[in-house]
Design a protein. Structure first.
Length: 284
């Protein structure tokens, strides 16, 4: 079941991203309203967000990108900070809804929220049903987490493609399809719920490895150094875009989010937030 939408109470930065009204001449009805909003389609999510004053955003947890502080329950992470910056500059409030990874794209398609702002790795099946902004906010490879007791058993990721290996994956994540594509000989142990549920079988040695994004695996291993290790950390595999997503059918909103992604990457906001949270992860 999805958590209730929670409205973030941070202050807004006045005027940082305001869109100036365009003078209206001899226009009536909807045409006048659209012209006053700079020609924005009144049916677009962008127009509705500006009118309501709230942006509805979905997320699923994966540190360091988007997660809850275990002590306070407060949201934080690289993409959380980027999402907050967008809302501040657009001068709207932020409202977040947590979903499982298995329900992330379907919840977006049915309109539960306007944009999915967690770390969503590009896959062809996903791209066939939801729209990725261009350019992506980030690109990353993958790594495998193993139990330290198995450090001598595996040397590279290729060693995982074996019938005597069990890989733990979280249902609905890109790792689920990745396992089938890259490690078809291995057995699968599927878990549900939040993404870190798939690390427990590795800790208890019911599974040999957990697949995820390179920085996610490194961050988790640093915080669980008593038992966790990264397999061949210097050689991430399967590079892919890692970014937000919106619904198809709303080109105005898709163009706006794409423009924001380009801005956030170009001005260094994403890299700054990445460096900040990775520094915390490397020094738990």
């Amino acid at each position: 079941m999805n958590d209730p939408i929670e409205t973030n109470k941070r202050g807004l930065l006045a005027g940082a991203f305001g869109l100036a009204a365009i003078p209206v001449v001899a226009l009536v009805g909807t045409a006048r309203a659209q012209q006053a909003e700079g020609g924005i389609d009144a049916n677009s999510a962008l127009a509705k967000i500006r009118q309501s004053g709230t942006m509805r955003m979905g997320y699923a947890q994966t540190a360091p990108w988007f997660f809850k502080d275990p002590k306070t329950g407060d949201l934080q992470g690289i993409y959380y900070d980027v999402a907050e910056a967008l809302c501040q500059q657009l001068q709207v409030k932020s409202a977040y809804q947590e979903v499982s990874w298995a329900d992330s794209t379907s919840a977006l398609r049915r309109g539960d929220f306007d944009v999915f702002v967690s770390s969503l790795t590009y896959t062809v099946p996903r791209a066939a049903s939801i729209a990725y902004p261009t350019p992506p906010l980030w690109a990353r490879g993958s790594l495998a987490l193993i139990n330290k007791d198995n450090a001598g058993r595996f040397k590279t990721a290729a060693d995982l493609n074996s019938p005597d290996v069990t890989i733990a994956v979280n249902v609905g994540t890109s790792a689920e399809a990745q396992q089938r594509r890259l490690f078809p000989k291995a057995k699968v142990l599927a878990t549900t719920g939040q993404i870190l549920s798939a690390t427990e079988p590795v800790r208890s040695k019911r599974a040999d490895a957990w697949l995820n994004g390179d920085n996610d695996v490194i961050a988790f291993a640093r915080k669980n150094a008593s038992w966790a290790a990264v397999l061949d950390e210097a050689h991430p595999f399967d590079m892919a875009p890692n970014t937000w997503a919106v619904r198809y059918g709303d080109p105005t909103w898709q163009d706006f989010i794409s423009g924001w992604c380009n801005y956030a990457v170009t001005n260094g906001l994403v890299k700054d937030r990445y460096d900040h949270y990775m520094a915390l992860a490397m020094n738990p």
